[in-house]
Design a protein around this ligand. Structure first.
Ligand code: PLP
Length: 421
């Protein structure tokens, strides 16, 4: 059996059409390239599902993980601690906006939001206050576990599970055409039953890289805060430089009470989630009563190898070289957005920081399930570029080491693929 046959026989991949999906076998990664088993070199223009911010096999992160391997691979994180986790928590508190106090580690983006929701719900429970509704934004994606699915868009991905999801209030996506949703938001906040507001700051990733302004988000945050609604920023995709600032929340004046992190946290090396809370949240759990403490923990919580990778990734992120790269990509993407805006086959071309997105005009809906996704994906793969459209939304979300020349190569490939449609 070939590797591909064995893969089809034994492995169940995410989003697999079982027995039909041809998964590309990768042998090695170097910088922004993925090298296939059969000798192809594919440009990873989506940072391997938005995680790989410094490129593949970055020598500094590789060294940091190798060094950590000589000391400790893993240890239970209840009753025990270790230096990489302590250093990472301190690093995060120092660079996050708002006055964050404590870091709670978990495994990935979904668990980071799951933890945030549980913290917010228990915050009110510990104070014997009945606030039992969460509010979220229509189209949201916060992960694939049950709590995360409940606060995410209904239909599509979650249809079979809908009867099992808890009730959530949703407001329309707050773009310039929908600003009346702010009134609905205010009305719901005034009802006094909202425990928390969870949102992807400025960019809804999975919904199709939909963007909204810091002014609107600030307005929502001010209303939520003045009505005692806990604000949870899901920075799983937007964190670590993706939107041009280290965190998208920094574009706003009002800051969340809880921030969820993952993806770029370890530079794409190892799975790790972090839920960071401010003192207001922490205070509600400060008790010797076992029923008031946070009874939640994962086996691999704060894995030392993942923490070592994260510490090095953050050091690289804060370096002048990486910050200049982010600025350079930001400027280049704005320029390309203005050039692509007049393309007859495109609409709603937009960019923010290191995200460039555009919708391809077509007969169908603007939705993940638009079948254009498959043909466009394969057209780019044939050109040795990994772009994974969200339906008819095409986007570039590259590692920050991408050069001007490589961005221009993607730009040219986009023009060629549009020509072929
Ligand atoms: C905003 C946001 N939150 C949460 C998640 C879930 O992260 P994970 O896939 O690591 O569970 C994602 C994943 O795309 C995301 O974009």
């Amino acid at each position: 059996m070939t590797k591909s046959d064995k893969d089809k026989t034994y492995v169940w991949h995410p989003f697999d059409v079982i027995d039909l999906t041809e998964n590309v076998c990768i042998k090695k990664g170097t910088g922004i390239y993925l090298h296939t088993q059969d000798g192809r070199k594919i440009m990873d223009a989506i940072s391997s599902w938005w995680v790989n911010i410094h490129g593949h096999r970055n020598p500094h992160i590789t060294k940091a993980v190798s060094k950590q391997l000589r000391y400790l691979e893993h240890v239970i994180f209840a009753g025990f601690t270790h230096e990489p986790a302590i250093k990472l928590a301190e690093n995060l508190i120092k660079i996050l906006p708002g006055n964050m106090s404590k870091v709670f580690f978990s495994d990935d983006g979904s668990t980071s939001t799951e933890v945030a929701l549980k913290m917010a719900i228990q915050y009110w429970h510990n104070q014997k206050k009945t606030k039992n509704k969460i509010i979220a934004i229509e189209g949201a994606y916060h992960g694939d576990t049950f709590g995360a699915m409940s606060v995410g868009a209904r239909g599509g991905f979650n249809q079979p599970f809908e009867p099992f999801l808890f009730d959530v209030e949703f407001i329309d996506f707050p773009n310039s055409e929908n600003l009346e949703c702010i009134h609905k938001f205010e009305k719901l906040c005034l009802s006094g039953v909202l425990a928390a507001f969870i949102y992807e700051p400025l960019v809804q990733g999975s919904a199709g890289m939909r963007m909204y302004t810091p002014e609107v988000l600030d307005k929502l945050l001010q209303i939520a805060k003045s009505n005692d609604v806990i604000c949870i920023a899901d920075e799983v995709m937007t964190g670590f430089g993706r939107t041009g600032k280290n965190f998208a929340s920094s574009y706003c004046h009002s800051q969340p009470d809880i921030i969820c992190l993952s993806k770029g946290l370890t530079g794409g090396y190892l799975p790790l989630g972090a839920t960071v809370a401010n003192q207001k949240i922490v205070d509600a759990f400060q008790s010797k009563d076992i029923h008031k403490i946070f009874l939640h923990g994962h086996s691999y919580t704060a894995n030392p190898l993942a923490c070592a990778a994260a510490n090095e990734s953050i050091r690289l992120l804060l370096s002048a070289e990486c910050q200049n790269n982010i600025l350079r990509i930001n400027t280049h993407f704005s320029l390309l957005a203005s050039q692509l805006n007049s393309h007859s086959k495109l609409q709603n071309v937009r960019s923010l920081g290191c995200v460039l997105a555009m919708d391809i005009k077509n007969e169908g809906d603007n939705s993940y399930f638009n079948p254009m996704r498959d043909s466009i994906y394969h057209s780019f793969l044939q050109k040795n570029i990994l772009l994974r459209p969200l339906g008819n939304t095409l986007y570039i979300l590259p590692p920050y080491i991408i050069t001007e020349k490589q961005i221009n190569q993607i730009y040219k490939a986009i023009l060629d693929v549009l020509e072929e449609i």
